[in-house]
Design a protein around this ligand. Structure first.
Ligand code: HEC
Length: 189
């Protein structure tokens, strides 16, 4: 704290170039006498420290009318890689599907059909997706055995469904493949 009328000598170290505004917090003196300083620092940019000037408007004194930041266009999240889907899918399977289809994917005779080496979706992997998004009921045949149960639709996001379906396709002796989030969006309709 520098008392009114006092002075101080300060040393600055600056990692990025900028024009730094030095403010006297005795703010009336700053406005009335111009007791503000500007420190011009030059040198190479370092974007990892300071990405560059964004917007000054919210700092201006015009009042509430300009106190909003302009919204930036949303950057879509990058789609997950197959490896990421496998890791997430495994966890989703354990928390969402396993209770019925079992940890080994073999299901329970006469109640829950197997996802292990299932011929039900072997030629059409989108059937995994629609079973999750719309539920599945009525008589079906899986690996030669018939089932007539009800699978309620599961409340999972498109990304979660892409992950768990990819996990099922690449686990339990199924033949592999990958489901994209964009496919889930289409199939959900
Ligand atoms: C509440 C129990 C239950 C849960 C939870 C459940 N299912 Fe099912 N699932 C069933 C039943 C019952 C059927 C058979 C429906 C029928 O007979 O028409 C089925 C059928 C299926 C089928 C088609 C038949 C086959 O075996 O290939 C797939 C694929 C499937 N489920 C995937 C999943 C996935 C993936 C999840 C987790 C996201 C899941 N299920 C969660 C009960 C469940």
């Amino acid at each position: 704290m520098i008392p009114a009328g006092g002075a101080a000598i300060t040393e600055f170290k600056c990692d990025v170039p900028a024009t730094l505004i030095l403010v006297d917090h005795s703010i009336f003196r700053a406005f009335n006498k111009g007791a503000l300083g500007m420190l011009q620092v030059e040198g190479a940019e370092q974007k990892s420290i300071y990405s560059g000037q964004q917007d000054d408007r919210i700092y201006q004194a015009e009042g509430g009318a300009v106190q909003t930041m302009p919204s930036e266009p949303k950057v879509a999240a990058l789609p997950l890689t197959k490896e990421e889907k496998m890791t997430k899918g495994k966890a989703i399977y354990a928390s969402t599907c396993q209770a019925c289809h079992q940890a080994d994917g073999k299901g329970i005779a006469n109640a829950f059909p197997p996802l292990a080496a299932s011929d039900f979706f072997a030629s059409d992997p989108s059937k995994i997706v629609t079973a999750i998004t719309h539920g599945l009921s009525g008589k079906i045949t899986v690996n030669g055995k018939s089932y007539d149960g009800v699978m309620p639709k599961q409340t999972l996001s498109d990304a979660q469904i892409a992950s768990v379906a990819t996990y099922v396709l690449n686990s339990f002796g199924n033949k592999g493949g990958e489901i994209k989030e964009t496919e889930v969006v289409k199939l959900r309709k």
